[in-house]
Design a protein around this ligand. Structure first.
Ligand code: UT7
Length: 348
């Protein structure tokens, strides 16, 4: 038994921040960003610094109004809820039918409650169990693998899997080395048990290397910690070169291992739906796998690196534009902070 993806959805903030806009904010150029990353523009949620105004969330010791918990405009929760509504519509399902909601994010609005519970309330999925997963850019993939384990065990029949980020609020908008890379957005898929073993997830691999966590990190940002660490590290901090080397070595390796488990080779795959960190990384992975770039769809040029949202955002774009056909073989693969990485082979 396995699980299949039967619906996809996504939501992006309205505001687009172009490389030209960034030229006004930090010492950078459209040429540098385009050549080194392939990114041209990204979407930025309302309320972030780059949007041009700050947002004061109402606070109360007695409890927040439910409307606030369901996510202010363009939050992780509200973008996720919209992506879920669209995924449910695509799958022809209602929110009441959902058994499990797994939300992958590393930029939630709230420490408590988890964003998945905010989404549950917003969409009215009152019969679901909901919780978050944080594995940074591998989060969506790990959530998909977790749902696979739950559904195959018989514990749940279906799940909404979400990858969502508002990274603009944890990015240092004065650090040109990172602020040009990231964007905001949410993607979701509805998964359910597959009647036949040949449709859906066919093979999986995953790994973590916590000993290298220091190359990409962001501290929890409560006031006390900010004092202790003199404001160091409360924004995304990255050794870009180390992450680059890790990605181009580890991703092809874990993809090849996932394919070998079911006697497939990279050349058998129709489309590689990779984490959208950087076009140069995608090109280097394609080269290492000896597969042409026409098998590597991308949207990093238009949305930037959206961490856990990247894979479901691209999947939805491919699905809705008819670029994935039934029966096609896909590889989904993510990598990121942790360090974490993984791959799934899927027959659509
Ligand atoms: O989801 C995973 C998240 N992380 C990643 O995917 C990051 C992976 N790494 C990368 O994609 C690349 O390492 C970067 C795109 C981040 C950087 O590219 P690079 O070719 O490794 O550049 P670099 O860091 O070696 O910097 C080269 C130069 C430096 O100047 P000097 O020291 O040579 O004078 C930087 O200060 O480029 C400078 N630089 C910039 N210049 C203009 C760095 N950022 C910028 C910028 N605009 N935005």
């Amino acid at each position: 038994m396995t699980i299949k993806i039967s619906g996809t959805g996504s939501a992006l903030p309205e505001k687009i921040l172009t490389n030209k806009d960034l030229e006004q904010m930090v010492e950078t150029s459209d040429a540098w960003i385009s050549e080194r990353t392939g990114i041209k523009e990204r979407h930025i949620a309302k309320g972030s610094f780059a949007y041009g105004r700050s947002h004061e969330a109402p606070q109360s010791r007695r409890g927040l109004p439910q409307a606030e918990l369901e996510g202010r405009e363009e939050s992780v929760a509200s973008l996720s809820a919209e992506a879920c509504r669209r995924a449910l519509a695509d799958a022809g399902r209602t929110a009441e039918e959902v058994d499990l909601i797994l939300l992958a994010t590393c930029s939630p609005e709230m420490l408590l409650p988890c964003s998945a519970c905010q989404v549950q309330s917003a969409i009215g999925a009152k019969n679901a169990v909901a919780f978050d997963i944080n594995a940074a850019c591998s989060g969506f993939l790990f959530a998909l693998q977790t749902a696979h384990a739950y559904i195959v065990s018989g514990m749940y029949r279906n799940a909404l899997i979400i990858g969502a980020e508002v990274l603009s609020k944890i990015v240092d908008w004065e650090d040109r080395g990172t602020c040009v890379l990231f964007g905001d957005g949410a993607g979701a898929v509805f998964v359910e048990a597959s009647e036949d073993d040949h449709t859906g997830i066919l093979s999986m691999t995953a790994g973590s290397d916590g000993s290298r966590g220091g190359v990409l990190y962001c501290r929890e940002r409560s006031v006390d910690y900010a004092d202790i660490f003199e404001d160091q590290g409360i924004h995304i901090c990255m050794n870009g070169g180390e992450v680059y080397k890790f990605a181009v070595r580890q991703v092809p390796d874990c993809i090849e291992k996932a394919l070998a488990k079911i006697d497939l080779a990279p050349g058998d795959i129709d489309q590689f739906v990779l984490h959208q960190a950087n076009l140069r990384i995608i090109e280097a992975i394609a080269k290492r796998l000896h597969v042409g770039m026409e098998h590597f769809p991308y949207n990093v040029d238009r949305v930037g690196n959206t961490s856990s949202a990247a894979i479901p955002l691209l999947l939805d774009e491919l699905n809705k534009s008819g670029r994935i056909q039934k029966g096609q073989l896909l590889v989904l693969s993510g990598f990121g902070a942790g360090l974490t990485y993984g791959a799934c082979v899927v027959r659509w």
